[in-house]
Design a protein around this ligand. Structure first.
Ligand code: ADP
Length: 604
């Protein structure tokens, strides 16, 4: 469909005022088609000439690689038809654009008039409403020197528009913009040439549409390239070693850090050859562990902070890597299997070293604290006994009743000593937790096995905790006939004690606590169910970590250093059992549980 074109002149009768140059230009273009009315041969020649002309124009538009080349091709094609002052291209878009392509210098008032006419014409065709101010903001000049046409001084000096032509630019019946031609002279745009002008506009529209697509594509490429460079720089400057593995388990890319690590460990790995094949040829002891991590990630698992000890360096701790591996999924594909894996290896040797020093410090300090603590405990006990004896005698000799007895200075001393004793007990518990921590860390948690009844042990623990938990009622629920077990009595007592203590501590409003003994396959299952504050989901994975305490009102109120559950876990696991917890249904409290193998023979 040929879009409607508008030809307007500056005067009432345009034909009457065409100047010499305009006539010359029109003659040049008319010469191509004037033969149409002549003989058959003349007409054939004219058709050939017209086709050659269209072909040349078409080629120049096809060859245009960007909008500026399109402007030149357009200008050349139009200048073959008319001689004019300026050509403007208004393109839709967000924001829209206006290119002003003058053929010779134009005056400010000419420009202003052009903008006003473009606005008027744009508002007539299917174009979003535009104002002169908006056009001023988006307009840019593209004045190609080589095609600029200089005119007589008289024409250049003209400040008024004599004639103009507006043609919608369409691609597939979609209006993408508008082409406007302007001249100082009246009647420049010969209506006989409208069809040809429309065809040139069509070529230009397609070429501009393609150029804008190409521009957008180039911008995307540039953006992608920028991102790629940024990523490359980030990877290069990373202190962590990074490996990118493909679905066949071959390294496809590795950063500098990883290269250095492999070099220093004398590992010779080639890109694009499956890791498994290559690792068989290497004698490095830790490569199978890395391979295992990669295999698991390729199977879809995400591995976080898995440590690999890669060798002795004569330091306090061996060189240790913490490995994270994440499967890569192709989001555009329906395949669930990962298309690769990203592996990050982080050297954690120095933090291990700091941890080791800290552990040693804790171990030494707790050992050193034990001796004075034993002395304080012993002497306090001795003093308590002496005062108690004296008070007994005073009561017997002087026949004092309780009120009078409480007012004696010895009674005051006894109360103070009782406080010293309870605080010493607390300190002793902390010191023994710290000592246990050192033992667990060094793998020296020795167990002294004996055979006993689990029901008796639980009853003993319940009794002892109940004595200092006035707000709570602790029930014992034994659902097993034979509770015979072979284990370390003191250590299991410690586990139950820690869990029960916590059940009391973390249910500050009191309530019921149930200690249940059940059978679970070949294991005993011990559960401690409380009605306390529960554990928020974000702490689930950390509760059994050393020194981990949830920060809440209850933990601020009650003393603790976050070691009870850590040590309990180590004890249960060294008995071959499991420990865990879950929040009770309806959000009331927590159930901590652990399992112990039945009275099977366990060697100590
Ligand atoms: P702590 O000395 O802090 O009690 P633990 O290792 O025994 O150390 O417990 C670790 C953390 O687990 C506690 O600080 C507490 O926040 C949480 N916790 C343990 N038992 C319970 C429980 N029964 N209810 C709620 N939170 C608990």
């Amino acid at each position: 469909m040929q879009p409607e074109s508008q030809v307007t002149d500056g005067t009432e009768s345009p034909e009457s005022t065409q100047d010499a140059q305009n006539i010359e230009s029109t003659q040049r273009t008319e010469s191509l088609f004037d033969f149409i009315d002549g003989t058959h041969e003349d007409r054939l020649t004219a058709i050939h000439q017209e086709m050659a002309y269209i072909n040349t124009i078409g080629k120049s538009f096809v060859a245009a690689i960007d909008r500026f080349h399109v402007h030149r091709a357009l200008l050349k094609a139009l200048q073959n038809l008319y001689s004019f002052s300026a050509c403007c291209i208004l393109l839709k878009g967000d924001p829209f654009e206006l290119s002003i392509i003058p053929c010779h210098p134009i005056s400010a008032s000419f420009l202003q008039d052009m903008l006003q006419r473009i606005c008027n014409a744009a508002n007539v065709i299917d174009f979003p409403h535009v104002t002169v101010e908006q056009l001023m903001k988006v307009a840019y000049f593209d004045a190609p020197d080589e095609v600029a046409q200089y005119r007589t001084q008289e024409a250049i000096a003209s400040t008024e528009i004599g004639s103009s032509l507006n043609i919608p630019l369409t691609v597939d019946n979609r209006i993408i913009g508008m082409l406007s031609l302007f001249d100082e002279l009246i009647g420049t745009f010969d209506t006989k040439l409208l069809a040809m002008t429309g065809m040139i506009a069509d070529y230009a529209a397609v070429a501009l549409d393609n150029a804008s697509l190409r521009e957008r594509e180039n911008a995307l490429w540039r953006q992608a390239e920028l991102e790629r460079r940024r990523l490359e720089l980030t990877l290069r400057s990373m202190t962590e070693s990074l490996l990118i593995i493909n679905e066949l388990g071959a390294i496809v890319s590795l950063n500098q850090s990883a290269q250095q690590l492999f070099l220093q460990e004398k590992i010779d790995l080639k890109l694009d050859i499956p890791f498994r094949e290559q690792s068989m040829l290497q004698t490095v002891s830790w490569l199978p562990s890395l391979l295992d991590i990669i295999d698991r990630a390729l199977a879809g698992q995400t591995i976080t902070n898995q440590e690999i000890v890669i060798g002795q360096r004569g330091e306090i701790v061996p060189l240790t890597l913490s490995v994270n591996a994440s499967p890569l999924h192709d989001l555009s594909s329906a395949h669930l299997r990962p298309t690769g894996v990203v592996v990050v290896l982080n050297d954690v040797t120095s933090s291990k070293q700091v941890e080791r020093l800290k552990d040693e410090f804790v171990s030494v300090v707790s050992h050193e604290l034990r001796t004075p603590l034993t002395a304080i405990k012993g002497y306090t006990q001795h003093l308590v006994r002496r005062i108690e004896r004296r008070l007994r005698k005073a009561r017997e000799n002087q026949q004092l009743h309780t009120q009078q007895l409480n007012e004696l200075p010895e009674s005051y001393d006894l109360r103070s000593l009782n406080i010293v004793q309870s605080q010493t007990d607390h300190l002793e518990r902390l010191v023994s937790e710290l000592l246990d921590l050192s033992h667990v860390q060094d793998g020296q948690l020795t167990l002294h096995y004996s055979t006993f009844y689990l029901a008796d042990l639980l009853a003993e623990c319940v009794r002892s905790v109940q004595m200092s938990a006035e707000q709570h009622t602790i029930y014992l629920d034994i659902q097993v006939q034979d509770t015979h077990v072979r284990a370390d009595h003191a250590r299991i007592c410690q586990v139950v004690g820690s869990i029960l203590d916590n059940a009391v501590k973390y249910s500050p409003h009191g309530g019921q606590i149930t200690v249940a003994l059940l059978q679970k396959e070949d294991n005993y299952l011990i559960q401690v169910i409380d009605q306390g504050i529960g554990v928020n989901i974000e702490h689930y994975d950390h509760i059994f970590e050393r020194f981990y305490r949830v920060r809440n009102a209850a933990s601020r109120q009650y003393a603790g250093i976050g070691l009870g559950l850590y040590v309990a876990k180590a004890i249960v696991e060294s008995h071959g059992g499991e420990i865990g917890f879950f929040n009770n249904s309806r959000g009331i409290g927590t159930t901590f549980y652990f399992t112990l193998p039945e009275a099977q023979h366990i060697t100590s």
